[in-house]
Structures are given as structure tokens and as C-alpha cells.
Write a protein that binds this ligand. Sequence first.
Ligand SMILES: C[S@@+](CC[C@H](N)C(=O)[O-])C[C@H]1O[C@@H](n2cnc3c(N)ncnc32)[C@H](O)[C@@H]1O
Length: 376
Amino acid sequence: MNNKKEILGQYFTKIEIVQRLLDLLFAYKKYNKKIKILEPSFGTGNFIAGLKEKKYFDIDGCEIDKKLTENPCDFIEMSLTKKYDLLVGNPPFSKYNLTESYYLLKKYIKSKVWPSLYLTPKELKKDKEKIENIFILKSLNHIKDKNSSIGYVLPISFFIKNKNKSVKEEILKCFSTIIIYQNEKIWFDQNIPCCFAIFTNIKKLENKIIVIYENSVKNEEVFDIKNIHEELIPQIIFHKNNGYIENDKGIPLKEFLESKNVKVKKSYKENNVSAGNILEKDKIPANEPVENYKLAVVRVGNASVGKCGLINIKNDVLNDMFYIFDLKDQYKKDRQIKENICQQINRKIDYFRNITCRVGSKSIKKEDVLNFRVSI
Ligand SMILES: C[S@@+](CC[C@H](N)C(=O)[O-])C[C@H]1O[C@@H](n2cnc3c(N)ncnc32)[C@H](O)[C@@H]1O
């Protein structure tokens, strides 16, 4: 296997991160040291080491790669008769452009552990599904009772609004408390945007989602469980609540912009406007009709997202990186407002970097641009 690291999702959680995650888990959920624990994809074994350090010794482990263990085992094939008080670890994540990294139904259709026992009707209809989702669904069938918990490192994209709905619904059938944790550290040898999700039942926190972002302090926000399909990304919620959206200062751009799409000439190769030169276009040339100028905001790319310029709808050719907005009728010929808005966005491009989670091909939302506040 050439790209084994990507196919099997071999990103091992740093031991100091594991220790923090376990501390967090046991701070919320009290267990005695005798509980039965499963690490379903232990890799180099850091979670198991962290658990032993805390004097938990009744631990089963599973790891598919024979280079990492003498007894390789595929968690998906593990008998469902095995039940645990706690399942904890960092399951593999699928890479969106790498089919082999997905759970392929055909591979398991003849397994002794029937897929229909752990997949929902929705997943059963799909040929492939993200491996992390399958790990969650199967784990739900390995919990012992109401006092059991699952604590998994998950890609942050799991908690994007309206994503993975059927998996989230299944989780809610077993658990009424969800804790989602992120901090500013890098958890693996590569920076993969992820979080630690604890699915559990805690009387005092029944029907609650606790979202925690830890930088120098622990910032906590509590939501009702009915918000499960909303965007629950700790870092973004933290930034939204801490000055990046100045709640009472300025007027949201939606007061000035039309929300409908503006058609523009696009070319991948022959564009004259790209994220690379958009910042130069913050003025409308004196001899040009102002109404031809529309607002272009870069919607993708780590370095450029949020950069903005005024493009000429008649002459300019753009690449695919932009949202294009027109202003409402009363402002279409207002040069000053157009230039002013453009400059105010560019003064705060950090806003878009901080309030938006960009994973894979995901871009900022149009809504985020329309909610940006300006002082006019
Ligand atoms: C993201 S790594 C995490 C390892 C470890 N939990 C940690 O945090 O350091 C995922 C691990 O899952 C293993 N793996 C992938 N598919 C598996 C499967 N079906 N069953 C068991 N292990 C699997 C990979 O080989 C890899 O070591």
C-alpha cells in the first residue's frame, strides 16, 4: 500500500494532547478504575498509555495494521457481543478524494458482523460512507448501558451545520449530553482541524451540548441538545462571541447588498481577476459607469479568504474563487459606498479567517459576508 498513512488515517495523537483529552473526559464523567474500556484503533497506543497512567487497566484494543501490532484486528469486524463502559480514541478519518479511505459496504457485506446491525437504513443504501461515521455507528452498538460513554477525536467537519444528520440522530438515541472540545494546539504531526467529542449521559447536563474552546483559558458555551444539527465548532463559536462579530457596532452588509447571485464571466485559465490581484481593485476608475462595478469577495483559500475588490461586470473575467454581490438599487450608482464597503472588508479579513471553518473544499458562507458589519 503506497499511501497507507492516508488510507488508514494514521495520524497519531500526541501524548500530551491525549492526557488533556482524558482529563477533560474524566472531569465530566466520573468512573471507577474497574470499568471496561475499548480503544478501537489504537495506532501507536497513546490513548492506552494515557489510560494506564490514570490506573485504568481493563482495556481492550484494536488496530488493523500489522506493522503496529502482533494481533491485527479490524474494528468493523469485532463481535457486537463485546460491550464497554467507555470507548475512547481517535478513529481513522476518510479523506474526501481517496475512495480507499472510506468504508465500502461491499467489503463487509459477507462479514459475520452484518452491516445491517450497525448501519442506519440511510447508510445501508450507500456504497461508501466516511469511516469515522461508521466507527461512531458501530461504537453505539458496543456500549454497555446508560452509564457508558464514547470519547472520540473527530474531524471538525463532523459538526458543520446539517452534516452527518443520520449519525447525529443515532447518537441522540443513546446519549443526552454532548461535549465538543477544541484547543489551539496541533494534535498530530500535521495540523488537521479536529475536535474531541464526548457522547455521554450526565444528569446535571441532560439534553445539553457543551462547546469548549481552550486557548489560555477554557471558554465554554452551553446549547440545548435540539441544536445538534447547527454548526457546533468551538473555535468559531468562540470567535463569533468575542469581538469578531461586533454585535451592536455597524450595520450588517445585508442592508446594502442584494443576496441573489450575480453572473460573471469565469475562466480557470484566462481570468484577469484572481485572489492574487483582487486587493488592487478597491477603487472604481473615474471614467467608468459606477453601476457596472460589483463586489467580489474571495470565498476559499486559507490566505486569501475574505479579500475583496470591485470588479467590472462587463469586462472582467474571474476565476472560481469569488462570491459576487450587487448593491441594492438605491446604492447601485453610489461610488463612495461601494469603495467604502470594499475597504472596510479588507481592513478586517481576519474576520473571515476566524469565523469560518474551512475543511477540504468547504468555503465561507454567503451568510457570513451578509452578516459582516460596516460603519457607513
Ligand atoms: C487516526 S489514527 C489514531 C491512532 C490512535 N488512536 C491515536 O490517537 O494515536 C487511526 C488508526 O486507526 C487504524 N485503523 C484504520 N482502520 C481501522 C479499522 N478498520 N480497525 C482498526 N483500526 C483501524 C489505523 O491504522 C490508525 O493506526
